[in-house]
Design a protein around this ligand. Structure first.
Ligand code: ADP
Ligand code: GN1
Ligand code: MG
Length: 390
C-alpha cells in the first residue's frame, strides 16, 4: 500500500467515529510493538482541543478483533463502576471507548482493517524506563490494584484473544519449529542463543506443571504488564491508568508480576546492543514486589507466592524465545525498526535470565520477606530458613 493509500484509510477510519470537533493533526504515537497507534488532535468551533488515540488493531495477531473489543468493552465498563464506587475518576483511571457513528466499539474499513478510538488521557505520561524506583513502585501498585479490581469479574465470559499466550512450553515448541524450518537461513547465526534455550527446556514447564496439578488457579489477568502499559499522572507522579487491554484473559496472577519484572528491572533498553548496560536490578525487583504484594498479596496462595521468582524468570525466558522465534521467522510478529533488532531483544532477555539465576536465593529471600510482611503468615518456602536467605 502506498503512503497516500494508508493516509486515505486513516482518514476513512477517523471519519467513522463520534469525535468532538474537526480532526486536524494525526501523528504516529508510542512505542508499542503490536498495533498501529496514532495521536489525533481535534478542535471544536470555540477552538478547544480534544485529543484521541486511534489504533489499527493488528488482526494478524488478534484473529478476532470483534471478540477482543467485546472483552475491552465489558472490562472497561466493569472497571468504570468500581472506580466510581471507590470515589475515583473513570475518565482518567480507565480507558474509555469512543463509539463509531453507527454506535459500535470499532470500525471495519473497506479493506477489512479494524480501528478503535480512546480519548487521550490528558495530563498523563508514559515511561519506557523507570528513571527512579518510585515510578516502578507506582506501576506495581497499579497492576496489583488492577488484578484486585478484576478479581470478581466473570472470567468465563472473557474471550481468549491469543490462545496459549503464556503457555511457555508451547512457546518453546514454536521456537524449535522455527529453528528446524530455518526459512530465512538464520539458524547458523543463533547457535549460542538456541543452546541457551534448549538447556532450559525443563524450566519452561514449571508453571504449567503447577497448573495441571491444580496448584495454580486461573484468574483475570492483564498478561502484558510492561511499564509502558501504565499511564502516570504528570503532576502527582502517581500511576493513573492501566492501558493496552488487548490481552486481558484468564491467566496466572504471577505472570503479571513476572512480565513487569522482565521489562522494568532491566537497567538497559529491551533492544540494547551493548549487553554491559543490561543488568537485572535486584533493588528494582524488591521495589516492585513491595508494591505488587501491598495491593494483591493477600489474595495470593502460598504456591503463587513461591512461584513469583519463577514467573519473573519464565516471562523473561519466554519473551526472549518469542523474539528469537520471530527473528528466525523473518521478523513478522514484533515491529522492528532495524535488521537484527529481534535478535538484540532476545540477547537482552538472555542476559536478564542469567542475572536472575545468579540472584536466585536473594530473589526468593525477598519474596519470603514481603510475603510474610503482607500476610503475617508463616513463610511459603518450606524447608528453607528465612533468615538465611535475606
Ligand atoms: P501496543 O499494543 O502497540 O503496545 P498500546 O495500547 O500500548 O499499543 O498504546 C501505545 C502507546 O500509546 C502507549 O504506550 C501509550 O504511550 C499511548 N496510549 C495508549 N492509549 C492511551 C490513552 N488513552 N491516553 C494516552 N496515551 C495512550
Ligand atoms: C508486545 O504490545 P506491546 O508492545 O505492549 C507483546 C508482549 C511482549 C512485548 C515485548 C500482544 O507488547 O507479549 O511481552 O511486546 N504483545 C503481544 O516488549 O504479543
Ligand atoms: Mg503497549
Amino acid at each position: 500500500m502506498t503512503r497516500e493509500q494508508r493516509c486515505a484509510k486513516i482518514r476513512e477510519a477517523v471519519g467513522s467515529f463520534q469525535l468532538e470537533g474537526r480532526c486536524g493533526n494525526i501523528v504516529p504515537y508510542g512505542s508499542g510493538h503490536i498495533n498501529d497507534t496514532f495521536l489525533l488532535s481535534c478542535r471544536d468551533r470555540e477552538g478547544t482541543e480534544k485529543r484521541y488515540i486511534l489504533q489499527r488493531i493488528n488482526d494478524e495477531i488478534f484473529k478476532s478483533p470483534q471478540n477482543l473489543m467485546e472483552n475491552i468493552e465489558n472490562v472497561t465498563s466493569f472497571l468504570r463502576k468500581k472506580i466510581l464506587l471507590g470515589g475515583g475518576n473513570p475518565e482518567r483511571e480507565t480507558l474509555n471507548i469512543v463509539r463509531t457513528k453507527a454506535g459500535k466499539s470499532f470500525y471495519k474499513d473497506t479493506i477489512g482493517s479494524f480501528w478503535r478510538v480512546y480519548p487521550f488521557i490528558e495530563g498523563s505520561v508514559c515511561y519506557d524506563r523507570a528513571s527512579n524506583p518510585g515510578i516502578f513502585y507506582e506501576s506495581a501498585v497499579a497492576f496489583g490494584k488492577f488484578q484486585k479490581l478484576l478479581s470478581d469479574y466473570p472470567a468465563a465470559t472473557l474471550h481468549e484473544t491469543i490462545p496459549n499466550f503464556h503457555n511457555t512450553p508451547m512457546r518453546f515448541q514454536n521456537f524449535l519449529r522455527a529453528l528446524r524450518s530455518d526459512r530465512y537461513g538464520r539458524a547458523k547465526q543463533v547457535q549460542a542463543e538456541s543452546e541457551f534455550y534448549m538447556s532450559r527446556e525443563r524450566d519452561t514447564r514449571i508453571l504449567m506443571d503447577r497448573f495441571r496439578e491444580g496448584e495454580l488457579p486461573l484468574k483475570v489477568t492483564h498478561n502484558d504488564t510492561k511499564l509502558n502499559n501504565v499511564l502516570f499522572d504528570r503532576e502527582s507522579g502517581k500511576a493513573l491508568c492501566v492501558i493496552d487491554l488487548d490481552t486481558i484473559m484468564p491467566g496466572f496472577s504471577v505472570n503479571d508480576f513476572g512480565d513487569s519484572i522482565r521489562f522494568g528491572t532491566n537497567t538497559g533498553a529491551e533492544d540494547e546492543r551493548d549487553l554491559s548496560k543490561v543488568n537485572f536490578d535486584l533493588g528494582l525487583f524488591e521495589t516492585y514486589l513491595k508494591g505488587f504484594l501491598r495491593e494483591c498479596g493477600k489474595s495470593l496462595s502460598d504456591t503463587e507466592l513461591q512461584m513469583l521468582p519463577w514467573a519473573a524468570k519464565l516471562m523473561t525466558l519466554e519473551c526472549g524465545m518469542r523474539f528469537l522465534t520471530d527473528f528466525l521467522n523473518g521478523d513478522v510478529y514484533f515491529k522492528t525498526q532495524r535488521p537484527g533488532q529481534n535478535l538484540d531483544r532476545c540477547r537482552t532477555q538472555m542476559k536478564l535470565v542469567s542475572d536472575m539465576e545468579q540472584n536466585w536465593d536473594a530473589m526468593e529471600g525477598l519474596v519470603e520477606k514481603y510475603a510474610r510482611l503482607c500476610r503475617r503468615r508463616p513463610h511459603p518456602f518450606p524447608g528453607k530458613s528465612a533468615a538465611g536467605m535475606i
